[in-house]
Write a protein that binds this ligand. Structure first.
Ligand code: ATP
Length: 305
């Protein structure tokens, strides 16, 4: 169980994370989504005691990370796969970590096997690893202490399609056995396939969270008109958030509201339907439309939803 309560992180005048609260329950995979610079890594670093919050708190199994007696036995963490010691072999990396955690060395072979790093790969120095191999080693490290909780920042980064498919199965299995997974990823299809719950962050703030199926069911409306400019202007005048997608305009309101705006403006529609069928990609674009990457590179306080 992960509990994040009103976490805020400021760097000088820049607010990276503001008043972020969510829970990750045992038996679930929570997908943590947001555009570049939205505050995902900062939040995960605060959960794992690597970045002190300006205010608020995060606990894992009821305690702040830094107060866990042997953190690696409670929570497996993969935040930056490139941070491993380049001069050690994969096996040495895990053997050192096992000694630190008080884990039996047999577990090293188990996790190497689990992540698909064979004996030859385990003997190679980490500096010779591809990004995908580093991710696998990072996952092995996270799993080493047989924790009940996993916090993984972009674990699919660098994995090939087979590796991504494999990781999906591993995380699903981990959660189905009662584990808790918090996972950030830019691979929306992967998150859609594996997550039960979603937390979406934009400009440092939570813009949506909840059950994945519920969120996808309320993903807004896709609408098209021959006179797209008139439609867009009418939607803007009505105060609705509008973004472009390949099929037309994506509006953060239900079909009734969008249809009424179009009728009142005398705009003939050629298409009007719930956006849910577009899946997580459309949901993500609709929710984060007000906090584009260009805007959140500036001080985060400027982005308000
Ligand atoms: N140590 C730091 N000092 C100053 N600003 C920081 C620091 N770490 C992060 N930030 C800023 O905080 C904001 C959130 O960054 P963060 O890395 O958490 O975003 P992210 O959602 O993980 O992005 P990405 O998807 O690109 O990894 C960004 O504007 C970033 O520039």
């Amino acid at each position: 169980m992960i509990a994040v309560q009103q976490l805020t992180k400021r760097y000088g005048r820049h607010t990276a994370v503001e008043d972020v609260s969510f829970h990750c329950e045992p038996g679930t995979v929570t997908g943590f989504l947001g555009p570049n610079g939205a505050g995902k890594s900062t939040t995960m670093r605060m959960i794992c005691g690597l970045t002190p919050p300006t205010s608020g708190a995060a606990t894992v199994d009821g305690r702040p990370y830094r107060q866990l007696p042997n953190p690696g036995r409670t929570v497996g963490v993969l935040l930056d796969a490139s941070a491993q010691h380049a001069g050690r072999t994969g096996r040495e990396t895990l053997t050192v970590a096992a000694a630190t955690m008080g884990v039996n060395r047999r577990r090293v072979d188990e996790v190497l096997d689990l992540v698909g790093l064979g004996p030859a790969a385990a003997r190679r120095r980490v500096r010779a690893y591809s990004l995908g191999m580093r991710q696998r080693l990072g996952l092995a490290h996270a799993l080493l202490g047989d924790p009940r909780v996993l916090v993984l920042d972009e674990p699919a980064n660098g994995l090939d399609p087979e590796g991504i498919f494999w990781m999906r199965g591993l995380l699903r299995d981990f959660a189905d056995r009662g584990g808790t997974v918090l996972l950030s990823s830019h691979l929306l299809r992967e998150v859609e396939a594996v997550a039960d719950r979603l937390v979406v962050i934009g400009g440092g703030r939570i813009v949506a969270q909840g059950d994945k199926d519920d969120l996808l069911a309320g993903a807004g409306t896709v609408v098209r008109a021959r006179d797209g400019a008139a439609l867009r202007a009418a939607l803007h005048r009505a105060g609705l958030t509008v973004s472009d997608n390949s099929e037309g305009l994506l509006v953060s309101a239900d079909t009734d509201a969008v249809g009424e705006v179009a009728l009142a403006a005398g705009v003939a529609l050629t298409e009007l339907r719930p956006a849910g069928g577009g899946g997580l990609e459309q949901l993500f674009l609709a929710l984060t439309a007000a906090a584009p990457a260009t805007a959140i590179a500036e001080p985060a306080g400027e982005v308000v939803r």
